[in-house]
Design a protein around this ligand. Structure first.
Ligand code: GZL
Length: 334
């Protein structure tokens, strides 16, 4: 039986026994039966976060920390992995040693988790994955996942670009700034975008390289794209920080981002939506980082032994000049 259910069952049994002793039977009257319900004790949760590589990640951390509070019934152990999987594995092992009740992981990449997840299972500690996904051979190693449909984000970007440039006669040359290679966001957005444009014979991906989801690396890679390719028509940046880096590189090369070169980006953080308003970014594909409340709710359900859905997608939208007003931007939480 899962560790958490054992804890709850033991508590309930103890409470019922006390209740029986006090009332001389299992039932107790209306008033007593209310007091016999076990108060859920504090949930000890360990959260291994990818790092702080982007504004999206900072917003995700903020959302998790503001949901997993003592006031909300949690004791949070937080570990920042600086985008290194070995640091995440180390943090998960520390959580297991600490004997936490639940482990949450925002995995930097999809593979390489089997061993440490088996250790968590052996310790009877449920694992929730957040944002990106983990691929495992044994489905029982992960209890639930909260995140985005990255492939759908990529397809939506392709559909938008077809509407925007599908009627052009000549080649439409596309440069792609990929996220961290092997992360679900990079895998899904790359796959979805490629599948979405496959019937557009004049759409050509002429350059594709990872900018590690950071602004500095995004600018560096964009500079190298510009050196190798004179006629880039579209830049697809798989997150906003790389889009900002690309915009700086384009401006330094005397080009006007959003006009000479169409800019597509993912995440839709406030600073990027302001660039949609100014015309520097042409389309933003939202990736919602606010997973905290959903993870907190999942952890509580798991601790109560309730069944939870394995997959919980968050809702996301597309922003262009037409629907990105000052009011929309001001209402955004990140
Ligand atoms: C997407 C998330 C990605 C964001 C980047 O869910 O994993 O990682 O798109 C972040 O900004 O670095």
């Amino acid at each position: 039986m899962r560790r958490s259910i054992k804890k709850v069952a033991a508590g309930l049994l103890a409470t019922m026994m006390i209740g029986t002793m006090l009332t001389g039977c299992g039932g107790g009257n209306k008033k007593d039966s209310g007091s016999s319900k076990k108060e859920t004790s504090e949930i000890n949760i360990g959260f291994s976060q990818v790092g702080a590589e982007s504004d999206w990640r900072v917003a995700n951390t903020k959302s998790m920390k503001s949901a997993l509070t003592a006031k909300n019934g949690f004791k949070l152990s937080f570990a920042d992995a600086q985008q290194k999987q070995e640091n995440q594995t180390k943090a998960v092992r520390e959580f297991i040693t600490q004997g936490v009740d639940v482990i949450a992981i925002a995995p930097v990449t999809e593979t390489g988790w089997e061993t440490v997840l088996k250790e968590a299972k052996k310790a009877d500690i449920p694992v929730i994955t957040v944002d990106r996904q983990i691929k495992t051979s044994d489905d029982s190693l992960i209890t639930a996942w909260v995140g985005s449909d990255f492939k759908k984000e990529g397809v939506k970007a392709a559909e938008w670009l077809i509407k925007e440039k599908g009627k052009e006669k000549g080649d439409v040359n596309i440069a792609v700034l990929q996220g961290t290679i092997g992360s679900s966001a990079e895998i899904g957005r790359t796959k979805g975008f490629k599948e979405g444009i496959k019937d557009q014979k004049n759409f050509k991906i002429i350059a594709s390289q990872t900018g590690e989801f950071t602004q500095a690396k995004g600018q560096e890679v964009m500079e190298s794209f510009l050196k190798q390719n004179k006629d880039i028509d579209v830049v697809v940046a798989q997150n906003d920080n790389m889009a900002f880096g690309a915009i700086d590189a384009l401006k330094a090369a005397g080009k006007t981002p959003g006009k000479d070169v169409t800019i597509i980006s993912f995440d839709a953080i406030k600073a990027a939506l302001k660039k949609v308003q100014s015309g520097e970014i042409n389309a933003e594909f939202e990736c919602n980082p606010l997973h905290g409340p959903r993870v907190a709710e999942l952890a509580k359900k798991i601790m109560k032994g309730e069944k939870v859905d394995k997959i919980q997608y968050v809702d996301e939208q597309v922003f262009t000049k037409d629907n990105t007003t000052k009011e929309v931007i001001n209402k955004r939480a990140y």
